[in-house]
Write a protein that binds this ligand. Structure first.
Ligand code: HEM
Length: 172
């Protein structure tokens, strides 16, 4: 049931193309992983800044979340870390993202929200990394976010098309 995501699962050689919208290279993966090392010591602050930015760009999304944004920020940044750590083994991290995306249907998330979240993530990284956020690092993170969003959207599509099957996946 991973057809929308099958390109990503074909494995990474020099270039991985999960869909026409998402292309990530080994050089991108290396830049994302090496730059994220510098985010980790400030990951709590980065998570809060990220959500502030999301709610500034799209105030209507605030009501989708509960009161405890610090907890939500911790969960989201932990998920980002899981993905960053797994980017060079994309076959293993893909199912995690597809399941995460499937759960997002129940949270009332819409596909267009991913543009906001991607922009907020890049902005947050720019604030956190300063001069380390070079044009190459930005491009690498944009590519990584395309992979994340592509996989999560595939999960959302599957969940929307087959809610019962998703309930089983979530229960597992
Ligand atoms: C980089 C992409 C994203 C990541 C890594 C991510 C990660 C997470 C994680 C780890 C959770 C905790 C619950 C769970 O694991 O199912 C969560 C919940 C949630 N996410 Fe995301 N998410 C992403 C994109 C989005 C987008 C685009 C939206 C739309 C605004 C969104 C809205 C929500 C909401 C509303 C919840 C539930 C909050 C609550 O229960 O109070 N997420 N997300």
């Amino acid at each position: 049931m991973l057809e929308p995501f099958s390109g990503l699962l074909e494995g990474m050689n020099n270039t991985c193309t999960p869909s026409s919208a998402a292309i990530i290279t080994e050089a991108h993966v290396a830049l994302v992983q090496s730059s994220f090392v510098h985010v980790l010591p400030i990951v709590d602050a980065a998570g809060l800044l990220f959500y502030e930015r999301v709610f500034t760009l799209a105030p209507g999304t605030r009501s989708l979340f509960g009161d405890d944004i610090a907890l939500q920020a911790t969960r989201t940044m932990a998920a980002v870390k899981t993905v960053v750590d797994g980017l060079d083994n994309i076959e293993q991290v893909a199912p995690f993202l597809v399941r995460l995306g499937a759960r997002h249907v129940r949270y009332g998330v819409l596909p267009e929200h991913f543009d906001v979240v991607g922009a907020a993530l890049l902005w947050t990284l720019e604030q956190g990394l300063g001069d380390l956020f070079t044009a190459d690092v930005r491009e690498a993170w944009a590519a990584a976010f395309s992979v994340i969003a592509g996989a999560m959207l595939a999960g959302m599509e599957q969940a929307a098309a087959s809610p019962a099957a998703t309930a089983v996946v979530v229960a597992l």
